[in-house]
Design a protein around this ligand. Structure first.
Ligand code: NAD
Ligand code: 6OD
Length: 493
């Protein structure tokens, strides 16, 4: 059963505990974004494969998985986490081949969190209480109410390409901990680690049909077929806001619940009373980490006027100090974008910035790379100033290694600027005046606020976006709320 990575040249669906190809024989290419070379061929699921996966997931709810005790289920999820860690290097290699991200990044974030997401929720579900109420009744004997949690059923999981294993297991971990079964449709850009996880699930003792994977695209492909399937009981989606709208519409047919983690255009607020070293280090990571392909990243930086010139100069210095290179380059701290197609989008904004009159502080184009990497989706880390607040570069999510820096004069102005867009995902506030930091944090219209930090993650906390950045919260008990149905039982005494 064990397929090493080399065998993953032909990435099949994982349905009912088996790797299966598409009946249509339709395949698409999985390309290495660091050099443009084809890594593998991937089977594109038709309605037939998606139906087989959903039927397997439905049946598994009534099989051994549905009959297991909480202890048995959570013990298996710990084994899944151990299985990922036992094959750490394979997952690392697969993730970095698919995304081009530096191994130094994926080995600290993507893969460890891929395992942790199973352990955290296996432990959480064992310790979360429900509720009970005693009530009086006219005849004086009273009644007892108590609530119990039950799995929602078959969960459709649709995940993005920027943190493929992390963001997929951030959903699959709690979904399985709560006793559900899943059908996962990973991004067409990054299929491998989701496919590989099927082997780990099998080895850990996850019964067939509990974890299913179908590959393909969105509209008119596997993604849409999954959201249109009537036997799916709920959907959890992470991706672009526009895609979230489409999925929400599909979920409405049959009244299926949705959890949406969507796009953002996050603001960093840098006050003159900040610790400049911290603010530069944090803003540099939030603008350029993962080649700027992090939903929580900062693409808008608002800096108090008195320190504006110094901040711009130092962030320029930091950006120009980044080492751009392929995953195996131990010194690289920025890889390529995920695809040439995504690079076209990012470079169109680089051009738009110039057309709109921006000052290009640094970057704005494509770096010179060695011949063997010339086919990769490389871009320069880029900083702009001088754009109008309504420039598309300042209002649209670009999802690349770039940010626009704008001065402000008052706290009220900074808050108004931060809240000026329909997005509301995350924000970072840099100030050593803790009263001010708390005051400003309470007024920013976003789901996730960091003060003097960025991407510091406690997995028990509520994670999600406001406004057009999402619906619902993941993390801690908030995930359990989505992946279970609460049932109240009232007993007349
Ligand atoms: N809020 C968060 O936690 C979070 C985290 C990571 C990424 N994101 C967002 O994700 C986006 C980048 O990821 P992406 O480009 O993969 O997003 P995307 O919306 O293009 O695709 C995400 C997933 O949805 C699928 N999909 C696309 N159209 C579909 C349809 N009509 N029906 C069903 N499935 C469909 C894709 O195949 C992919 O698997 C950015 O906007 C980023 O902000 C948000
Ligand atoms: N959901 C999480 C990260 C999202 C990153 C977005 O690109 C997480 O850390 O749990």
């Amino acid at each position: 059963m064990k397929q090493d990575l080399a065998a993953m040249k032909d990435i099949k669906h994982y349905i009912n505990g088996q790797y299966v190809g598409s009946a249509s024989g339709k395949l698409f290419e999985n390309v290495n974004p660091a050099n443009g070379k084809v890594i593998s061929k991937v089977h594109e699921a038709g309605r037939e494969e998606v139906d087989a996966a959903v039927q397997a997931a439905k049946a598994a709810l009534r099989g051994p998985w549905g009959k297991m005790t909480l202890e048995q289920r959570t013990a298996i999820l710990h084994k899944v986490a151990d299985g990922i860690n036992a094959r750490f290097d394979e997952f690392l290699e697969a993730e970095c081949l698919d995304t081009g991200k530096p191994k130094s990044l994926a080995s600290h974030i993507d893969i460890p969190r891929g395992a942790a997401n199973f352990k955290v929720f296996a432990d959480m579900i064992k310790n979360v209480p429900t509720e009970s109420f005693e009530m009086p009744t006219p005849d004086g004997t009273g009644a007892l109410n108590y609530a119990v949690r039950r799995p929602k059923g078959v969960i459709g999981v649709i995940s993005p390409w920027n943190l493929p294993l992390l963001l997929m297991t951030w959903k699959v971990g709690p979904a399985l901990a709560c006793g559900n079964t899943v059908v996962v449709k990973p991004s067409e850009e990054t299929p491998t680690t989701t496919a590989l996880l099927g082997e780990v699930m099998k080895e850990a003792g996850v019964p067939d049909g509990v974890y299913n994977v179908v590959h393909g695209f969105g509209g008119d492909s596997a993604g849409a077929y999954l959201t249109e399937h009537p036997l799916v009981d709920g959907f959890t989606f992470t991706g672009e806001t526009g895609t979230g709208e489409v999925i929400m519409k599909a979920a409405a047919k049959g009244i299926r619940d949705i959890s949406l983690e969507l796009g953002g255009k996050n603001a960093g607020l840098v006050f003159a009373d900040c610790d400049m070293d911290k603010a530069i280090e944090g803003t540099m990571r939030s603008a350029f980490a993962n080649c700027g392909q992090v939903c929580l990243g900062t693409e808008r930086v608002y800096v108090e006027r008195s320190i504006f010139d110094e901040f711009v100069r130092r962030l320029k210095e930091a950006a120009e100090g980044l080492k751009i290179g392929p995953p195996d380059d131990a010194d690289a701290n920025m890889g390529p974008l995920v695809s040439l197609k995504h690079r076209e989008k990012v470079l169109s904004y680089y051009q738009k910035a110039v057309d709109d009159g921006a000052t290009v502080v640094t970057g704005g184009g494509v770096p010179d790379m060695p011949a063997e990497l010339a086919g990769g989706a490389w871009v320069q880390p880029t900083i702009w100033t001088g754009l109008a607040d309504d420039s598309a570069v300042v209002t649209d999510e670009i999802f690349g290694p770039c940010c626009h820096i704008r001065p402000f004069d008052t706290e009220e102005e900074a808050i108004e600027l931060a809240n000026s867009l329909p997005y509301g995902l995350a924000s970072a506030i840099w100030s050593e005046n803790i009263t001010r930091a708390h005051r400003v944090a309470g007024q920013i219209e976003a789901g996730i606020i960091w003060v003097n930090s960025w991407f510091l993650r406690d997995l028990r906390t509520p994670f999600g976006g406001s406004k057009q950045s999402g619906i619902g919260r993941e993390g801690g008990v908030h995930s359990l709320e989505f992946y279970t149905e609460m049932k109240n039982i009232c007993v007349k005494l």
